[in-house]
Design a protein around this ligand. Structure first.
Ligand SMILES: NCc1[nH]cc(CCC(=O)O)c1CC(=O)O
Length: 323
């Protein structure tokens, strides 16, 4: 960095994509308000940004994350903001997940031509998504509801993906509501998919703020941004993913939510799904129990549901790749 460091500034390592810059900027403002210190964005290029290869082929898990973590470990930046769903489930000992702020809308959405809803897409419609999880669930829904769709593997940033629809190459693309919200493109959505149709990726809609495990002062400051329920929910979801031994490009969906009776929260429900990309087979289960009060209880809930899914043949579906 050629610019002189601001006195007392905290350095936030970020990818350069519009989404990363948007979410880093929002967290930077919050941290600056909290600590009274300026926050300086330090741009870092990750392998996931430069590679032209298909995400599933380069291994998926963590490609966006590794360079940011390396910068943290080398002390080049003080903290980093990740999309939680892109974060590998294994947590390096030297790094702390200092905050998981309140999660926003976890749903997947459709951006289609002519303001079409998913179920109104014409026969033979081409729907772009690089995610085996989205393919599996959209194709399963289509099979059971007599829709005729073709899922087409694509990658690229949000603007690129929407560009395939605007340019007429595809009838629709599937994206996460949270990402569109953060970059100010939520008005492009033509259909919000019910989580009963497409269960989101574990951790979708949540951010993770990470710093060095020995940076005690920063950990205390960042803890102010933590939302304990969001943390418990995504911990259960990620525990399910880890126990299935699947990565972020695996066809696994998971969502934990609260079941309330009026204002009184009664229980937490954890739903999970795994399937083949063609949608011919899905294993979909849920479990409901007391709201976990500790990290270990949340982990246990995820492991229990994973064990039930494995007993129903989930392992055999996970080696499936998008193509
Ligand atoms: N896989 C890329 C990615 N990682 C995080 C988001 C935004 C949503 C989120 O933060 O959960 C997206 C884009 C998308 O899936 O549409």
């Amino acid at each position: 960095m050629s610019e002189p460091r601001q006195q007392g500034a905290l350095r936030l390592g970020t990818r350069r994509s519009k989404l990363a810059m948007a979410q880093s900027g929002q967290v930077a403002d919050a941290v600056s308000r909290l600590t009274g210190r300026p926050v300086e964005l330090v741009e870092i290029t990750t392998y996931g940004d430069v590679s032209r290869e298909h995400l599933a082929q380069i291994g998926g898990t963590g490609v966006f994350v590794t360079a940011l973590r390396d910068a943290l470990l080398r002390g080049e930046v003080d903290f980093a903001v990740h999309s939680l769903k892109d974060l590998p489930t294994a947590q390096p000992e030297e790094l702390a997940l200092a905050a998981i702020p309140e999660r926003e809308d976890p749903r997947d959405v459709i951006v289609a031509r002519d303001a079409l809803k998913f179920t109104d897409l014409p026969r033979g419609a081409r729907i772009g998504t690089g995610s085996p999880r989205r393919m599996a669930q959209l194709n399963a829904y289509a099979r059971s509801h007599g829709l005729d769709i073709e899922t087409v593997p694509i990658r690229g940033n949000i603007d690129t993906r929407i560009g395939y629809v605007r340019g007429g190459e595809l009838d629709a693309v599937v994206l996460a509501a949270a990402g569109l919200n953060r970059i100010g493109r939520i008005d492009d959505v033509t259909d919000f998919l019910s989580v009963d149709t497409v269960l989101p990726a574990p951790g979708q809609g949540a951010l993770a703020i990470e710093c060095a495990a020995d940076n005690a002062d920063l950990i205390v400051a960042l803890a102010e941004l933590d939302d304990p329920f969001s943390r418990v929910a995504v911990t259960a979801e990620r525990s399910l993913l880890a126990a299935l031994e699947a990565g972020c490009s695996a066809p696994v969906g998971a969502l934990a939510d609260l079941l309330a009776d009026g204002q009184i929260v009664k229980e937490m429900r954890l739903r999970g799904v795994v399937g083949t990309a063609d949608g011919s087979t899905l294993v979909q289960l849920s479990t409901t129990g007391p709201v976990p009060e500790t990290h270990d209880q949340a982990m246990a809930l995820g492991r229990e549901l994973a064990a039930e899914m494995l007993a129903q043949g989930a392992a055999g579906l996970m080696g499936e790749r998008a193509h």
